[in-house]
Design a protein around this ligand. Structure first.
Ligand code: CFM
Length: 549
């Protein structure tokens, strides 16, 4: 019988791929220096829990010429962090393409409070730089763009994003923003997030965190919400995830003061320092904010994860544990008890159809870890996982932070020096009180400890490596992004985008888990990809004719 990559009747021994051999075959095709570098970024997982965590090469430059999945600093700043916020006019100072290609491509959704409440997310604002602006400077054009946006929309906040050429010609966006802020009397600030900064979009996250922290957080001291008040950090409302999480928190009686930044507003950011606890979902993109808020305002943070039914329940319990309130704990348990049965039912339907199948997960900086929860619930094994731009702490856990060396690229990104606010600092709980709650704060163990034995962990995977590993591992589903999608499908493997969810979702929370089970069951049980044949596979004599000629 012909074996295809979607053949689900593989025996266990067929699945036992010698990953060390696959790794050395991949590396053998690289020049020596490149192979040495990639060797540090491709790990075969240690054998199970309790094993020593190996060091991984991460957050380093991609070798030029290699086809990476990564995006740029501007993408991380404008697209990722500020993209989902509806009441700010985000003007991109640069060529039109930079703005156009960051225009709603991430499927962030938003729900304004009323029909008249501002929502600028559907617009695409750009200064549309031309050659003459590159030669003679673009500050005048930027000023005009801010004025024009103000005249048309009257927003309370405008932010400006630098693209590569702006940094190269030296336009001073910050002085333009200061000047226009004074002229118009609204909040205007800029981000020096030129695409080339740092080694990936991760640099842009940090720059965005700094900018929001400096210019917005702390502006509004009004106390809002009920007794249990949190901020949700690192949730971006892809495919409606935030709506499901908001529904659950609401049911539990937990007030969400601000989300950074799914379904968010600048008004919420301005007010976020009044909450009592920060819960961090995406450790990579937003922990800077959690750390700065703790220093300045005295608010502790915990790591949570709303991807996966079990993880969602656990995260709710963690939040309740912080507040140490019996009525909250009881209500959280009630919600979990009510929500779980239909999820378990859906899981039990899907599990027999998915059990034993293999997944590969290569997504930005946290999903390649979080989504393993859902695959575990389906009884599937994640054979290979990795981040586009995670740092060592996202892989190995935060205990490695002191040993991460600052290099030329990371030195480029400003580290704000933050101090206690003389008026607004309020220590929510002392260290003793925190430890008395029975859980750990400011901690994340990373992806590697959760990987099963004999699996790959690969940082900044390339297209070539993707193809080689698909050949060797023959996964039943591959999760990554749009750049990889069609090549993976052409190799006969079902491909699920975990950045935009391919028009599906939500996948967070309880209802999201059910959506995901059904989607993965459908994808991994469909034969369609096994019928895909490239022309040269169908008609091999084409090659023969060519060779003979
Ligand atoms: Fe955080 Fe994200 Fe991610 Fe990310 Fe992203 Fe994203 Fe992502 Mo795409 S903030 S690191 S920069 S969870 S846009 S919502 S899906 S790569 S894994």
């Amino acid at each position: 019988m012909e074996t295809t990559v979607t053949d689900h009747n593989r025996t266990d021994s067929e699945r036992d791929v010698d990953l060390a051999k696959v790794k050395s075959e991949i590396l053998s095709k690289y020049p020596t220096k490149v192979a040495r570098k990639r060797a540090k970024q491709i790990l075969v997982s240690p054998s199970g829990k309790g094993s020593a965590i190996p060091e991984i090469g991460a957050n380093v430059r991609t070798v030029p010429g290699i086809l990476t999945q990564r995006g740029c600093c501007y993408a991380g700043c404008k697209g990722v962090i500020l993209g989902p916020t509806r009441d700010v006019v985000n003007i991109v100072h640069g060529p039109v393409g930079c703005s156009f290609y960051a225009w709603l491509t991430r499927r962030n959704q938003t729900r304004p409070a009323s029909k008249d409440a501002p929502n600028y997310m559907t617009y695409c604002f750009t200064t549309d730089m031309q050659d003459e602006n590159i030669v003679f400077g673009g500050e005048k054009k930027l000023k005009q763009a801010i004025q024009e946006a103000y005249d048309i929309f009257h927003p309370h906040t405008i932010s400006v994003f630098s693209t590569c050429p702006v940094g190269l010609i030296g336009d001073d966006i910050h002085s333009v923003c200061r000047e226009m802020k004074e002229t118009l009397g609204i909040n205007i600030f800029g981000f020096s997030c030129e695409g080339y900064k740092g080694v990936s979009q991760s640099a842009g996250h940090h720059i965005a965190n700094n900018g929001i922290f400096k210019n917005v957080v702390g502006l509004d001291d009004t106390i809002r919400g009920g007794e249990f008040r949190i901020n949700l950090l690192g949730e971006y409302n892809i495919g409606g995830d935030a709506f499901e999480i908001e529904r659950i928190l609401d049911d539990c009686g937990i007030s969400l003061i601000s989300t950074f930044s799914g379904n968010s507003t600048m008004e919420q950011f301005a007010n976020s320092h009044t909450a009592d606890l920060n819960v961090v979902m995406c450790h990579r993109s937003i922990t800077y904010m959690a750390e700065m808020m703790e220093k300045k305002y005295g608010m502790p943070w915990i790591k949570i994860n709303f991807i996966g039914a079990r993880a969602t329940a656990q995260s709710l319990r963690k939040i309740a544990q912080y507040f140490e309130d019996d009525s909250l704990t009881a209500r959280v348990e009630e919600v979990i008890a009510r929500e779980l049965p239909p999820v378990t039912e859906a899981m039990e339907e899907s599990r027999p159809l998915c059990e034993g199948k293999l997944a590969m997960l290569f997504v930005g900086g946290s999903r390649a870890h979080h989504y393993q929860e859902l695959f575990n619930e389906l009884g599937m094994k994640t054979m290979a996982a990795g981040y586009e731009f995670g740092h060592r702490d996202d892989y190995e856990g935060r205990q490695v932070l002191p040993s991460i060396k600052v290099d030329a690229d990371s030195r480029n990104i400003e580290e704000l020096s933050v101090e206690q606010d003389p008026d607004k600092y309020r220590m929510r709980k002392t260290e003793e009180e925190l430890s008395a709650t029975g859980q750990t704060y400011r901690e994340y163990d990373g992806l590697i400890p959760d990987m099963k034995p004999n699996t790959f962990v690969i940082d900044d995977i390339s297209q070539y490596e993707t193809e080689k590993i698909i050949e060797a591992v023959k996964p039943d589903v591959f999760c990554a992004g749009i750049k990889e999608k069609y090549i993976i499908q052409k190799s006969g493997v079902p491909m699920k985008q975990l950045h935009s969810y391919d028009y599906g979702g939500p996948y967070a929370g309880f209802k999201g888990a059910v959506n995901f089970y059904r989607e993965i069951t459908r994808m991994t049980n469909s034969k369609v990809w096994s019928y895909v044949k490239a022309p040269w596979e169908k008609d091999p004599e084409l090659t023969a004719t060519y060779a003979a000629g």
